[in-house]
Design a protein around this ligand. Structure first.
Ligand SMILES: [Zn+2]
Length: 136
């Protein structure tokens, strides 16, 4: 499934540049020792914008839950309906959640709780984005 092209902005550029190098990085506040995603201009805990850095993740996670999308407003994805939309919890910090279509997993047959690892898929404009694949 080919997703909409994504153009980096100032906030998402480090995340997307890392994705193009097939690395998963998440914003981390060095003052709070706390990860946050999606990226924000300031730490949502202490409000500082000066203490945010980008930290590389292990790329491992677990499936927290999922839904099935039957009626997306995104025209590019409508040919692929229905599709899975799973919530992934990162092993590095279960408080950090990312979404995945779980390529290769049959629709509505998602193994909740299963381990996943990050992969990278090209969107319509060539930008790579993180996706997740069931392991084991
Ligand atoms: Zn902070």
């Amino acid at each position: 499934m080919v997703k909409q092209g994504i153009t980096p902005d100032e906030l998402t550029k480090p995340f997307l540049d890392a994705a193009n190098e097939e690395r998963l990085v998440i914003q981390n506040c060095t003052a709070c020792d706390r990860l946050q995603h999606p990226p924000a201009p300031e730490c949502s805990e202490c409000g500082s914008g000066d203490t945010l850095e980008w930290k590389e993740m292990s790329g491992r996670g677990k499936i927290y839950n999922y839904g099935v999308v039957y009626d997306t407003p995104i025209r590019l994805l409508q040919d692929d309906q229905p599709f899975n939309a799973a919530v992934i919890m990162l092993d590095d910090d279960p408080g950090i959640q990312m979404y995945s279509h779980l390529p290769g997993v049959p629709v509505d047959d998602v193994p909740v709780g299963a381990s996943v690892e990050v992969i990278f898929e090209a969107t319509a404009n060539g930008q790579l984005v993180p996706e997740w694949r069931v392991v084991g």
